[in-house]
Structures are given as C-alpha cells and as structure tokens.
Write a protein that binds this ligand. Structure first.
Ligand SMILES: [Zn+2]
Length: 458
C-alpha cells in the first residue's frame, strides 16, 4: 500500500516539477510549440519568420521582450541560433525549453526572469536548418551516420556559407582600412544559400549586440576568429590561435557559459581537453565562411559558438539532464549583454544620429549606433577612452570607467563641424574601394580553406 502511495506521490511530483515535455520536436511540433508559448505569454512574445529553407520551411523566431515587435532605445537585442547543422539537435531542444521556461517563470513572477524580459529583447531561432533536421530525425537518435542531415537540402554546410570577410580584415589590419562593418560583396545573395541569406538579412535588420550559435559533437565554448590568419597546415587541419581585438572579452563570454554549465568548464569532454571548457575557434581548427566571424566583422554583434553534446543527436532520455546542465548558462549568457557602456548619440537639436562610430582606444574594433541613435559597447571592467564620430560632426571623446555590474550610460551630443566635413572626420567608409583591390587575394586564398571535418563543431 505504502509503495503504491509512494509511486503516486512520485508521479504527482514529477507532474509538478516537469511541466514541459522532454522530447524531440519535428518541424510541425516545433512550430506548434512556439505558438503554444506565444499563446501562454502573448504580452511578452511574438513569433515571426526570417525566411524559408530550400524546401520551403519557415525559419521561425520567437521574440521575448516586454514590448514584442518594438525596439526600445537603450534596450539591447540578443539572439540564440540553434540547429544550423541539421543533425546537431540538442540546441534546438534547449532553445524550445528556454522559450517555455522564460514564459512560465515570467508568469510565476520570477524576478530575475522578469528583469531580463524587461531590459532585453531576446530573439530565439531554434532551427536554422529545418530541412537537414528532418533528414537526421528520420534516421533517429544515436545513429551511426555522423553527417546525415548536417547540410541543407542543397547539400551545403551553412557554417561554411557566409561571405568571407576575414581576408579583408586581415588585410586592413596590416595596411589600414575599416575595422568593423565590412561591406558585403555586391553579388552576395547569389553566393549563399536561402537559409544563410535569410539569417544575414535578419542580422542586418536588428542591431544585435550578443549572440550564441548552438552546435553539437563536442562540449566547449568556441569564440572567434574561426578562420586562422596563417593557415598553418598540420596534416589536413590548420590551427593557429587567431584572436580578435576583443579577445579578452570573448574569452570571458565563453567562460561565463562554460562555468555556468554543469560540466563544460571541467575541460575533459568527449575525449578532448579544452582548458576552462573554452577555445579560440582557429586554435582548435580553422574554418572559413563561418557565422560567428561574420557577425563580428559585418555587424555590431558578438557571437560565440557553443558545442553542447558529444552525441550530436542524443536520445530523448538525455534531454532533461542536458536542459538542467545548460539552463543557468543560457540565462547567464543572456545577462552578459548588460555590461560595458551604452548610450545615445544625438546632435545639438537632440536628433538621433544613426550610424555614428563608437571607438575605444586600444581596441581596434568599432561599433556603430543603431537606427534609433543608441549604441552598445560590451567591455570588460576598466577605464577607457571612448570617441564618437559621425560625418559632418566634430568627434567627441570621453573617459569612462566600467565596473563589473550594470552598463555605464555614456551619451554623446555631437556638434556640427564648422569647417566643411573633412575626410578625416568621416566615419570609415573606404571598404568598397579597398575591396576592389583585395578581391583577387581573397579568391586566391580560398584554396587554403579546410575541407569539412566530421569532428567539426561549427
Ligand atoms: Zn555544428
């Protein structure tokens, strides 16, 4: 009798603490789940599509914020992208869990979640490669076909499909030129897959500040650059630590995830060892045309790549443990967007100045203000000299000390220059001219690109 009672109690408790179902979601199920979350939390969510896959499936995003559909000035935009490789499915499931978790905790009055939702605009794309996923899911979990469903329906690896801007940045670092917002090739749309094009247009239509791209096949937080400058080749791999000008910041972002994760920080996972559970992408192995480098070089967004499971398609019974191992890390990473400095760039009449350039001395990577004149610059604690410039205006420079907590508000009021706008004061815009010169080098370097490796994260 008492045993029966205990079973009953156990079932009751399980129902209470496990309101979400841990299962793999096929496309229709994924869409239903996103709309279910929206229906449960209509005031803080919105479902939208950024485009369609080769086979016509929508790339749905769930937005979570206090005013869905609206950019509030000084409220940063952050994104998560899952399942870019169709057979790496854990990220897809974790992002659905996260969506449901944020909604439910908001409704339950969880102060931490409420604050996150109020202060942040969160965009969640659970599957960037829904066609590949369906192929992998047909085969099922724990399958032996390591690469089945990895690519999109045209057989293209989406994380080798973004325009290669690294070649230009390495050239510019050496010979001068823009250190951020590198322009796209004129014919970029014809060079990329529909999923890549949709995601690039998405990146260009929101002023994202922070992002993570969720993969599987290892357990490590991987930060840019993914493409090495030197392409030193050891066997078929080429590896060389390739830090960005924001290297320390990227390392910290990666460590926030790995240390909040249940076991990533321990370093030994899947037969590999990564100190602190983090790695520079190119020092693991170099890859060209990846998404995280593109984020950094073409937009204001700082993206890292999270490798979350040894097994790319874990069994359903693994999902709850994985969610519990990742939940705190997924939340803490979102909270990282609230560091550094942010503010408005305005003219003397308090008009917003979009596209103003914010430079931090000592860090050769600028960011720009968004359409509303607001800017966000992630920084580690320290004292910085920060300059805002805009065409036709005098630059303004301030010194600011950043602490470990809340971002420091630094507004700029730029005065129109008295002299006719001189080229010196203009925001960097020489990309086009330079690109024409660099193009042949870029084409030649392509030959050094790495072939796809099954161990690949990204
Ligand atoms: Zn991957």
């Amino acid at each position: 009798m008492s045993e029966l009672f205990s079973v009953f109690l156990h079932l009751l408790l399980f129902e209470l603490v496990a309101p979400v179902t841990f299962r793999h979601h096929r496309y229709d199920d994924l869409v239903r789940t996103l709309y279910k979350v929206h229906n449960e939390c209509p005031q803080i969510t919105r479902v939208y599509s950024v485009g369609r896959s080769v086979q016509g499936r929508h790339l749905y995003v769930l937005e979570i914020s206090d005013y869905p559909g609206i950019h509030e000035p000084l409220e940063p935009e952050v994104k998560y992208v899952g399942n870019m490789h169709g057979n790496e499915v854990l990220g897809r499931e974790l992002l659905l869990q996260l969506s449901e978790f944020l909604c439910e905790e908001f409704r339950n009055g969880n102060q931490r979640v409420a604050r996150l939702v109020q202060d942040t605009r969160i965009h969640i794309l659970p599957s960037m490669n829904p066609d590949g996923y369906e192929v992998a899911a047909t085969q099922g979990p724990n399958s032996s076909g390591y690469l089945v469903g990895r690519n999109n329906a045209n057989g293209v690896d989406l994380n080798r499909n973004f325009p290669d801007l690294n070649t230009y940045i390495y050239y510019n670092e050496k010979y001068g030129g823009p250190n951020h917002h590198l322009p796209l090739p004129d014919n970029w749309k014809s060079q990329v897959e529909p999923e890549t094009q949709a995601v690039i247009q998405w990146m260009r239509s929101f002023n994202f500040v922070l992002s993570a791209n969720l993969h599987g096949g290892a357990v490590v937080a991987n930060y840019p650059y993914d493409k090495s400058l030197e392409h030193r080749v050891r066997g078929f791999r080429s590896t060389a630590n390739s830090p960005t000008p924001d290297d320390k910041l990227f390392q910290k972002l990666a460590k926030v995830y790995s240390y909040a994760h249940g076991w990533m920080h321990q370093g030994w996972n899947c037969g590999d060892y990564f100190p602190d559970g983090i790695t520079n992408g190119a020092s693991w192995y170099s890859l060209s045309k990846g998404m995280q480098d593109f984020n950094y070089l073409h937009t204001n967004c700082f993206e890292i790549t999270l490798e979350l499971s040894c097994n790319k398609f874990p069994g359903q019974e693994e999902l709850q443990r994985e969610w519990l191992g990742n939940r705190e890390a997924l939340i803490q990473f979102l909270e990282q967007v609230h560091h550094g400095i942010k503010g408005m760039v305005l003219d003397e009449n308090y008009n917003n100045l979009a596209g103003a350039v914010i430079s931090v001395s000592g860090i050769n990577h600028d960011v720009t203000s968004g359409d509303h004149g607001d800017y966000f610059r992630l920084l580690l604690p320290g004292t910085y000299i920060v300059t805002a410039t805009a065409p036709g205006f005098d630059p303004e420079t301030v010194s600011v000390t950043v602490g470990p907590g809340e971002p420091i508000l630094v507004n700029f009021h730029l005065k129109r220059s008295m002299a006719p706008a001189s080229p010196v004061r203009r925001a960097p815009s020489g990309g086009r001219r330079l690109r024409a010169k660099v193009q042949p080098r870029a084409a030649r370097k392509k030959g050094t690109e790495m072939k796809q490796t099954p161990r690949g994260p990204a």
